[in-house]
Design a protein. Sequence first.
Length: 234
Amino acid sequence: MAKILFVMTGADRWTLADGSEHPTGYWAEEAVVPYLAFKDAGHTVTVATPGGVVPPVDRGSLSPEAAGGAEKATAYRAVVESAPEFAAPVALADVRLAEDGYAAVYVPGGHGPMEDLAVDADSGRVLTEALAGGVPLGVVCHGPAALLAAVDGDGANAFAGYRIAAFTNAEERQAGLADAAAWLLQDRLTEAGLTVEEGEPWAPHVETDRTVVTGQNPASSAPLAAELLKRLAS
């Protein structure tokens, strides 16, 4: 049995280019599907957020349209509302990856990480520790925004040179939010020196580079979790 750390957003609002706010949070599918996969495999999950606040769910992700049907929406909602790990997170500032014995780190998406994890020093430290310690790291959809806060001793991005998948500009445009956004994730990651491999919009797409496993969109959550489970079993 391994310990898995979920690094999750604490933001419930996403600031747009005009200064207005749009509701945000974590995307239910991206948290729930891997959570259930890890729990079913007998692993334990700890959730960590900035300040230890309860991670807010993007309510839109619980609609039947977003979840892929009423049955899935109901199942996601049940986990979101009952899983004790989501209700009692620890503070990222208190996480010491090696000392705490975490065997893998996972970051789900939603626009929330673009608001807080992209600039959170504690989140960046945890991800840098995972990279340096060879701890498998899984990140999906907008979750790669958290990689922007990971810096090395010279101030450069710790993930520069890595090949990853992340929510693309094309998907942002199709979702109807690109024109309102202050910045786009794919652009920022590219500027930081990462290579974003762009797959077909909305189709599952997972990239693996050394110990880092990334997924492009919500549909990538299940195959990404499966890849992390393979690594834990090896």
